[in-house]
Write a protein that binds this ligand. Structure first.
Ligand SMILES: [Zn+2]
Length: 174
């Protein structure tokens, strides 16, 4: 079931989300719905707060495209109660988008690598070092569960450029 997305202006996007208490069938069904919602909206990552659920949980699936236009589906990953550590000193600027901020894209400077420790859908804790787009995605989504949006990390100039668009989203989507 596709879930309704929380857009910029919705107060849940500014809350520090609560830890997930139990990994059970209800949660697994919710995560399934999250993947469906992410796919239908062409996203690479989605946090639970973006579909109105106050929990520390996000998902990702980084797909890649071949030259002939066909898609290689990435591995679906689930991060429950994630903790990010050891960001690399090397920082990279990359363009980001966000399903809660339709039509807005901008450059965000973030560490190139990060370690993520989280619980999976079987309730097991795992730890992994990520680079590239996967690292980027984890940092963007982890921001969501702390009430932070990518526009908070835009340069003042870039932030000003999207001001009018943000006001429109706030007006239209409620
Ligand atoms: Zn986002």
């Amino acid at each position: 079931m596709e879930l309704p997305i929380a857009y910029f202006g919705d107060t849940i996007l500014r809350k520090k989300a609560k830890p997930v208490e139990a990994v059970d069938d209800e949660l697994r069904k919710f995560v399934e719905d999250m993947f469906e919602t992410m796919d239908k909206n062409d996203g690479a990552g989605l946090a639970a707060v973006q579909v109105h659920r106050d929990m520390r949980l996000f998902i990702s699936r980084i797909d890649t495209w071949n030259r002939d236009g066909t898609v290689n589906l990435g591995t679906p990953l689930v991060f429950i109660n994630p903790v990010l550590t050891d960001p690399s000193p090397e920082m990279i600027a990359m363009e980001e988008g966000c399903l809660s901020l339709p039509g807005i894209r901008g450059m965000v400077l973030r560490p190139a690598e990060v370690t993520v420790e989280a619980t999976d859908l079987n309730g097991n804790r795992f730890k992994e070092r990520y680079t590239g787009i996967q690292a980027r995605c984890c940092m963007h989504e982890n921001d969501h569960i702390n009430g932070v949006l990518m526009i908070d990390r835009f340069s003042p100039r870039e932030r000003k450029m999207v001001d009018a668009k943000l006001r429109l989203i706030k007006k239209k989507k409620r």
